[in-house]
Design a protein around this ligand. Sequence first.
Ligand SMILES: NC(=O)c1ccc[n+]([C@@H]2O[C@H](COP(=O)([O-])OP(=O)(O)OC[C@H]3O[C@@H](n4cnc5c(N)ncnc54)[C@H](OP(=O)(O)O)[C@@H]3O)[C@@H](O)[C@H]2O)c1
Length: 230
Amino acid sequence: MKIALVGGTGDIGTGFAVRWGQKHEIIIGSRNVDKARESAAAVLQLLGAAADVRGTDNAGAVATADVVVLCVPYEHLAFVTADLKDSYKSQLVISPVVPMIYNGKFFLYNPPAEGSAALQTRRLLPKGVRLVSAFHTICAAALQDIERMMKGDAFICGDEAEAIDIVMELAGEIKSLRPLKAGPLAASSLVESLTPFLLNVARKNKIKDAGIAVVSERKLSEQMAKIIKN
Ligand SMILES: NC(=O)c1ccc[n+]([C@@H]2O[C@H](COP(=O)([O-])OP(=O)(O)OC[C@H]3O[C@@H](n4cnc5c(N)ncnc54)[C@H](OP(=O)(O)O)[C@@H]3O)[C@@H](O)[C@H]2O)c1
């Protein structure tokens, strides 16, 4: 699969390039081609020359991709998405974008009028382009550490079953990360808002590289009962 990372020179983009670069063709996008090439070279140094990772401008990355991940901060999302409109055909776009602010004391979810970054992006993208919202609670530092087993879940929102399945599969390729369906795109605000919540909990409790996992209390108690029995 050809995966374009718009703004892929940053933290989460580098994480995706590192995790997917061994199996897929990765095109790191940037406003600056030299910066994109430098990022690609750094990822190749980590993965080895056999990996298929290259850098180019954002428009060139989107135009050749099957899957596009929007790796830009929310403040630039609307401009970047509108600016790249002509580069889209029928790609699958993934948005991990979280609109949030820091009020000096804690992080707050700060969605646009549409209700979430995903719904705003849906409005800005051309009609034939599919959109799935995912990976908001995944820590970029953990993603970049290729040996790290991920303990959190990846929550995925979308309206098209086939598109959701593709993202579920991509998420499942990341070491021990569990993809979980979280509802339609209209439910994306619920998932996006978990990120400021998670950052507040992490700061208050000094938890590094925090993530969120859903547990089955029943499964845990059954496992405990089995251990005690044996
Ligand atoms: N970091 C995380 O742990 C994490 C986790 C989950 C979700 N996310 C989401 O992922 C997205 C990216 O986060 P990040 O931490 O990777 O961001 P980042 O490192 O701060 O920035 C990513 C890239 O955005 C591009 N960019 C910066 N200013 C821009 C502008 N004015 N116009 C166009 N592009 C610009 C830059 O690429 P160029 O300079 O190369 O163009 C930069 O490398 C955010 O929406 C965030 O909410 C992040």
